[in-house]
Design a protein around this ligand. Structure first.
Ligand code: DGP
Length: 121
């Protein structure tokens, strides 16, 4: 599978579609999910062209891997959920219902969540 340059998050990265930037550095961009599932629901995407977490984890150079995952932790802190706790979700491929084929991590928090797949307690 090749990376689809027309995916929505690629367009956000190129500035062709709007998104409220919550955080940006050399490795990551964070913005609110358009359909929030929790009081805090932020998407974090790498700057590079990776289809999924599997693609990113296999192909990204160590500096990008470290920079990205450190940014995710930093953004959770910025969103005020470090102490209360949060959930990271990354959907990979069809069975997970990954909708956007650019790797993204969902940060969900700000409320008590159900165990694992349940959205509410
Ligand atoms: P996933 O199923 O993991 O691929 O989730 C993709 C998420 O992306 C979904 O929760 C909705 C969100 N989303 C889709 N289009 C847009 C958009 O144009 N802007 C923003 N901010 N979020 C979007």
């Amino acid at each position: 599978m090749t990376y689809d340059e027309t995916n929505i998050f690629a367009k956000i990265l190129r500035g062709e579609l709007p998104a409220k930037k919550l955080y940006e550095d050399d490795y990551a961009l964070a913005f609110p999910d358009i359909h929030p599932q929790a009081p805090v629901h932020v998407l974090v995407i790498p700057k590079g062209k990776y289809i999924s977490a599997a693609d990113f984890n296999a192909k990204a150079p160590p500096e990008e891997l470290t920079g990205f995952y450190r940014a995710v932790a930093h953004i959770a802190r910025l969103m005020g959920v470090e102490e209360s706790g949060y959930r990271l979700i990354c959907n990979i491929g069809p069975d997970s219902q990954q909708m956007v084929p650019h790797f993204h991590v969902h940060i969900l928090g700000g409320k008590k969540m159900g165990h694992l797949l349940a959205a509410s307690a």
